[in-house]
Structure formats: structure tokens, C-alpha cells
Write a protein that binds this ligand. Sequence first.
Ligand code: C5P
Length: 223
Amino acid sequence: DLHKPLAGKRILVTGGGTRERIDPVRYLGNDSSGKMGAAIAAAAQELGAQKVTFIAANATAATPPGVERIEVESAEQMLEAVMGRLSANDMVVKAAAVADYRPKHVFSRKIKKQEDSLMLELERTPDILHTIGHSGYSGFVIGFAAETGEAAEYAMDKLRRKNCDLIAANNVLLEGAGFGTDTNVLEIYGPEGLVAALPAMSKQEAAKRLLTLAAERMAAHAA
Ligand code: C5P
């Protein structure tokens, strides 16, 4: 069915932004609303997916009807939620803004004000997309790249390093793109380079174009 190119497929989508605890009342976070992830989950349903799971990190965006939502807070929790469900899914779309760093020590009590400055030591979080790409997973993997320039170079580098099938890059400095907006401007990269440069459109429409392209490539792989 041309209108249901994801028929029979199980899709795992991550969205929102992770929070990395500092103490019981504080965290390091980012501005991701989860709108792009929710739009992808909705588009997957619309394109006929058999099952859609949305792993949401602190996302204010609503869950599209029929989609299973799993709540996580941190990068570590997202890693566990994703890896535990990987083999039950045919495609993973990593639209979440995952923190790159987290506090090395999590204080069990609220940090008290000091006279002087306070040093917070940070350590790297696990790279979930990289972990998926190097896990031997045979499904289709789509990553995102929020850039502030030179998207092509960074996107291709990400695609190769993290071993993805597609990377959707958006310049977050462009008007009508990025965090919190209802529209996005996506450039889609595959192993061969730029595959599609989409003009500004609703996140819903951009999600549909991205997943339609992914479905075509999945079908070509299977053939
Ligand atoms: O390297 P960068 O953070 O720009 O890559 C963005 C892509 O990698 C997104 O798809 C994001 O969800 C994913 N990512 C991840 N785990 C991290 C950092 C990024 O899965 N710790």
C-alpha cells in the first residue's frame, strides 16, 4: 500500500530532552519540547506502522493517539529504555536532545550556598545513538543533528561515526527550525550524501517526508 509504507513495522522514537541530576531539586537540562519526536510518532502511525513506542524525556508535547509512551528522565534511563526494546523494533528514530555531560557526583542532599564559586565536575553521558549503531542491530536507524552551521560536514561525520542509515540535520539558528517551534527545516543525509533538503514545513509534514524516505530505503534493503 503506497499510503501505508510502514505497514507491519514497529517503530521506536525518542524525543524531548534529558535531565541530568545535580541534587534532589536541581538538574542540567535543555530546551527540547519533544515536538519533533511526537510528530515522528504520529507520522509513523499515519504511515501504517503496526506499533509505535515514544520514549519521552521530559517532553511537554502530547502523546499521539495509539502510541505507547515511556517516560524517562536522564540519558542513562533513555539508554536502558532504548536498548531493552531495540530487538522488538524495525526502526529507531533518535529525535531526543540527549545531554552530552552530567554531573560526576550526584548530591543526595540539596547543595548549600557557598561564600565562593562552586565547581561542578561533569562527565560524558553514554552516546545512545552510537551504542545502537555499534550493537549489531539490523533495523533501520535515523539520527538527528542540531547544528548551528556547516550541517553537511557534521551530519556526514555523525552518520559514519554513529553508523546510522539516515541523519536529519536542522540548523537551530534558522527561523522556523529547532527547539519549541511547530515547523522545521530538515536536510536529510544518507551514506551517499545529501538526499533531501526540505523547505520550512510543519514538524508533522517533515516527519512524514523523513519516514517515507526511510520506508523506501528499508524496502530496498529487504528486496
Ligand atoms: O553528536 P550529537 O549529539 O550532535 O548527535 C545527535 C544525535 O545523537 C541525536 O540523534 C541524539 O539523539 C543522539 N545522541 C544520543 N546520545 C547522546 C548524544 C546524542 O543518542 N549522548
